[in-house]
Design a binder for this molecule. Structure first.
Ligand code: ADP
Ligand code: AMP
Length: 216
């Protein structure tokens, strides 16, 4: 099972992928997470990427493709993975096709989580993330048991710098111009499905599972 979750920033990709990965034993490949991890570990790649990320811009295609290529070559990504937030441009989608075809493989399904701008803004402004383990919360929709403290590891919650309004608005514009064209790219291949993301966490999850019925 090789799937891609796409959709605008704040659509709920990370939240849903956490459950899919657990239930179906998939390897999670989130380029955003990989960049943040590299930054946390003081790696050159992470420090370089964060300059773009904080402004809400995309990291260079070649750099992004290269980290995915390395990740896909590991044993645990051979047959079951979930891509979250990659590809984000048609050039990345073409590079991914090449990587997969070199492995005699291809994507089974592309799921887009659809939400409108107002919902996105509400979700992004209230998102809080654990500095230590990366677990995601929302001030209103998924609050931690103790304010500012991660339920999972006790780490401190913070707002991602790229969740500041200015950066969010930039990310939304970039999504429209660079990432949305992926829909046509995958639709023409018959593997594209969309799911209403403006429902409860559980309802969105059920809709995704339904959309994946033939590949599960
Ligand atoms: P993405 O990975 O697409 O950027 P996230 O999964 O991080 O999005 O979700 C963005 C924010 O919205 C988080 O704070 C999350 O808790 C919240 N959220 C996600 N899905 C829902 C939902 N179905 N209902 C309410 N809040 C949600
Ligand atoms: P995410 O965690 O998916 O919200 O990604 C956070 C940020 O990381 C994005 O706004 C981009 O700046 C960068 N990023 C993540 N994935 C990609 C990608 N596939 N291509 C370029 N930049 C990316």
């Amino acid at each position: 099972m090789k799937i891609l979750l796409t959709g605008p920033p704040g659509a709920g990709k990370g939240s849903q992928s956490e459950r899919l990965v657990k239930e179906f034993g998939l390897t999670s490949i989130s380029t955003g997470e990989m960049f943040r991890e590299a930054y946390k570990n003081n790696e050159k790649l992470g420090i370089e990427a964060m300059k773009y990320i904080n402004k809400g811009e995309l990291v260079d295609d070649d750099i992004t493709n290269e980290i995915v290529r390395k990740r896909l070559s590991k044993k645990d990504a051979e047959s079951r993975f979930l891509l979250d937030g990659y590809p984000r441009t048609v050039a990345q989608a073409k590079a991914l096709d090449q990587m997969l075809s070199d492995m005699n493989s291809s994507l089974d399904a592309v799921i887009k989580i659809v939400v409108d701008k107002q919902v996105i803004l509400e979700r992004m402004v209230g998102r809080r993330v654990c500095k230590q383990c990366g677990q995601t919360y929302h001030l209103s929709f998924k609050p931690p048991k103790v304010e500012g403290v991660c339920d999972k590891c006790g780490g401190t919650l913070h707002q991602r710098p790229d969740d500041q309004l200015e950066s969010v608005l930039n990310r939304l514009e970039i999504y429209e111009s660079k990432t949305k064209p992926l829909i046509d790219y995958y639709d023409s291949r018959g593997i594209f499905r969309s799911v209403n993301g403006d429902q409860s966490f559980d309802e969105v999850y059920a809709a995704i599972k339904k959309a994946l019925e033939d590949v599960i």
